[in-house]
Ligand binder design. Structure first.
Ligand SMILES: Nc1nc2c(ncn2[C@@H]2O[C@H](COP(=O)(O)OP(=O)(O)OP(=O)(O)O)[C@@H](O)[C@H]2O)c(=O)[nH]1
Ligand SMILES: [Mg+2]
Ligand SMILES: [Zn+2]
Length: 296
């Protein structure tokens, strides 16, 4: 039996990389896996056997370390949350959604702000200062002016990572700049609406020369966070950690309660007002969903 990692699923086949041979096998899958409800996606580690014609059959799937729902990918360590400041415009709410989903999945997080040739580097740094203060690592890049590409390549080394972020931010372009020859599909940002077209359509893990594995993923603009529990949300904002012990009421939702250390933190400037407002909005959204499911 051979072992390997699923790089992509396409047309009913799975492309499995075998590390010992550094070779990719096209595999089918045993019907009994499907019958048992075991699905196989990019990033999964599997065992497979070889057929006479040189193709393979996936026999079993190993336990997943983690599993990302959107994009569907398993066993990843690091996410590169990619946005631009302009073309497309930065949406802090979408950024915060991506951040809490990544925190919830226990991923290592890097924020990449691309297209600084359009926004200006200083402007970009100003806008992201709240996030740097929280402790997030932010890499500023421009594919056009070749800024920050080496830094980005370095954080992908020897890790399994994926790019996530809105369409048109430049995820595929960045990967092509990191390793020319990857030949990813790229789209034009439409001049009229300044929005990218959805050009990356499936999730595929790609091998980097520096030992990293990385997945380009399709962009998106809406993200559901209601799989998170309302009382867990506070732990997904790292800047709140130091304050949580100070609230008078336990539990405290940090919304309407008096003597709330989080609200004090916002007043004192230790917690950013806009991140706090997003916390409140997400909390409402999650609570609404929870109430609905209780009523059922
Ligand atoms: N000015 C400028 N344009 C860029 C930069 N990076 C990418 N672009 C352009 O932005 C457009 C969108 O880039 P893509 O790489 O396709 O964006 P994407 O994030 O992969 O988009 P989806 O696949 O739709 O999610 C392309 O026309 C790129 O040439 C940059 O740093 N500066
Ligand atoms: Mg793309
Ligand atoms: Zn509180």
């Amino acid at each position: 039996m051979k072992e390997g990692r699923i790089l992509k699923a396409l047309g009913g086949f799975f492309f499995v990389h075998c590390p010992q041979e550094d070779k990719v096998y096209r595999c089918g899958i045993r019907g009994r896996l499907k019958q048992a409800g075991i699905d196989v996606i990019s990033g999964d580690l599997v065992e497979f056997t070889l057929l006479e014609d040189g193709s393979g059959i996936v026999e079993s799937r190993k336990q997943r370390d983690n599993y990302i729902f959107r994009p569907p990918i398993a066993n990843v360590e690091r996410v590169i949350i990619t946005s631009a400041i302009k073309e497309p415009d930065l949406h802090p709410k979408l950024l915060d959604r991506l951040l809490i989903l990544a925190e919830n999945a226990g991923l290592d997080i890097i924020i990449c702000i691309n297209k600084v040739d359009i926004s200006g580097l200083e402007e970009a740094k100003n806008i992201l200062s709240d996030y740097e203060r929280v402790g997030y690592k932010v890499i500023y890049t421009s594919v056009k002016e070749e800024i920050g590409i080496n830094q980005l390549r370095d954080v992908l080394q020897d890790k399994v990572s994926f790019f996530a972020g809105p369409s048109g931010a430049g995820k595929s372009s960045l990967l092509n700049a990191i390793q020319p020859g990857l030949q990813l599909k790229m789209g034009e940002v439409s001049c009229k609406i300044k929005r990218g077209r959805h050009t990356t359509r499936h999730v595929e893990l790609l091998a980097l020369d520096n030992g990293g594995w990385v997945a380009d993923t399709p962009g998106f603009s809406v993200l559901d966070i209601t799989s998170i529990e309302s009382n867990e949300l506070q732990y997904l904002f790292p800047e709140m950690d130091d304050y949580l012990d100070g609230c008078k009421f336990i539990p405290c939702s940090h919304s309407h309660e008096p003597k709330c250390a989080i609200k004090e933190g916002v007043k004192g400037g230790g917690i950013s007002e806009s991140r706090y407002q997003n916390y409140l909005e997400f909390l409402e959204e999650i609570k609404k969903k929870e109430e609905k499911s209780w009523r059922r």
